[in-house]
Design a protein around this ligand. Structure first.
Ligand code: XLS
Ligand code: CA
Ligand code: CA
Length: 438
């Protein structure tokens, strides 16, 4: 087996003072945080597409990074070299999971039967590597957005033939996910949206997407998939408007079509900010609805209106994310680095720097979030803020014994009310700063 990263050492923890570019400063896999090793709090995954396939192209320019791994791109030889490179990469970083789209693994052929044959061949090869290394699959998905046939959507397409191809890809991707023992299966509806309502039957498209998801659940359960299905919300890009706009919209859709028992959400940081929300908001909305499944751990650029998929480095964000995750009792999924190097970060070393940055940022976020919880002042403030509802008239509202008349009578007895107590936002923000930098 060929090795590709021979000049890069195994990445180990050396502590915050280390200046070694190939060492973790905060990610210490076996350090116990709140009774659990860091690596159990943070099941990290490598995204096949960004790390092994993306070569730095953008709308204005061709490849800057060489991901040929010594083989002609578009061949099965190259597909296998990517597997070798991927497993070597994950092992050097101590990453235990990967995520994939069907067409990340092999070059897509003209005929779907040939693509599927290639997928059988590569998945045997991947399975051998998984057995040998203990590396696991976090989730699989079908790419139903790159092929031109999906220009008007997949489950939302106006063509029944295209709908069949979407179904066929989901079927195969589910089979691969089961073959790899994947924990989850993702639906990211990149083309499930519209450009104009003038030519779009929204009601019909929504129903057809739900039908496809139902078929996926039925087939998945039949072939032994017992993990979670996920919707990954995103408001726009590539479509002007995508149906899975945000967590709240996706939860409403899942409940409307009775899919909420089989589905959870895969929340991506960059998609949250594109929707005009904070990452923390999307996590909280998912968590309070019992739908926080997995996370695509990246970061967007707030000055840009598109999906930049950067490696996360904002410690406020990772801290508040981990605060939500800890409060929710952890994830059933994991933290997939759906992140890519910048176009000018084009070397193999840069690939490692991206993951070291991301893993350290999440490790530091975890350490700080645990401190926020142990400190207790934020939780205490929350308890006090709503204490009005623990006794007296407030309690009758919560326990369901109040009605409009009893409440109106209370208001009338009061005549006028005083203002609610202070929200203390700045004080609480200074606690966060104290914990981050104290
Ligand atoms: C694109 C999405 C995509 C999904 C998987 O914006 O993030 O990469 O995670 O299809
Ligand atoms: Ca994603
Ligand atoms: Ca993204």
């Amino acid at each position: 087996m060929q090795q590709f990263f021979t000049n890069i050492p195994e990445i180990k923890y050396e502590g915050p003072q280390s200046q070694n570019p190939f060492a973790f400063k905060f990610y210490d896999a076996n350090r116990i945080i709140l009774g659990k090793p860091m690596k159990e709090h943070l099941p990290f995954a490598m995204a096949w597409w960004h790390n092994l396939c993306a070569e730095g192209t953008d709308m204005f320019g061709r490849e800057t990074a060489d991901k040929s791994f010594g083989c002609p791109i578009g061949t099965m030889e190259h597909a296998k070299a990517k597997v070798d490179a991927g497993f070597e990469f994950m092992q050097k970083l101590g990453i235990e999971y990967f995520c994939f789209h069907d067409v990340d693994l092999v070059p897509e052929a003209e005929d779907i039967n040939e693509t599927n044959r290639r997928l059988d061949e590569i998945s045997d090869y991947i399975l051998e590597k998984m057995d040998r290394t203990g590396i696991k699959c976090l989730w699989g998905t079908a790419n139903m957005f790159s092929n031109p046939r999906f220009m008007s959507g997949a489950g939302s397409s106006c063509s029944a033939e295209v709908y069949c191809f979407a179904a066929a890809q989901i079927k195969k991707a589910l089979e691969l996910t089961v073959k790899f023992g994947g924990k989850g299966y993702v639906f990211w509806g990149g083309r499930e949206g519209y450009e104009s309502l003038i030519n779009t039957d929204v009601a019909f498209e929504e129903q057809n997407i739900a039908r496809l998801m139902k078929m996926a659940v039925e087939y998945g359960r039949k072939i032994g998939f017992c993990g979670d299905f996920y919707i990954e919300p995103k408001p726009k890009e590539p479509m002007k408007h995508q149906y899975d706009f945000d967590a709240a919209t996706s939860i409403g859709f899942l409940r409307k079509y009775g899919l909420d028992k089989d589905f959870k959400l895969n929340i991506e940081a960059n998609h949250a900010t594109l929707a005009g929300h904070t990452f923390q908001h999307e996590l909280r909305i998912s968590a309070i609805n019992g739908m926080l499944g997995s996370i695509d751990a990246n970061q967007g650029d707030l000055l840009l209106g598109w999906d930049t998929d950067e490696f996360p480095f904002d410690i406020y964000e990772t801290t508040l994310c981990m605060y939500e995750v800890l409060k929710a009792g952890g994830l059933t999924g994991g933290f997939n680095f759906d992140a890519k190097n910048r176009r000018s970060s084009k070397t193999f070393e840069d690939m490692f720097h991206g993951f070291i940055l991301g893993m350290d940022s999440y490790a530091l976020g975890l350490i700080k979030a645990a401190k926020l919880l142990e400190d207790g002042r934020i939780d205490e403030n929350l308890r006090k803020r709503y204490a009005d509802f623990q006794s007296g008239i407030g309690k009758t509202i919560v326990d369901g014994t109040a009605d409009l008349c009893s409440l109106a009578e209370h208001a009338s007895e009061l005549g006028k009310t005083s203002q609610p107590q202070s929200g203390k936002q700045e004080y609480l923000q200074s606690i966060v700063n104290g914990i981050l930098f104290g």
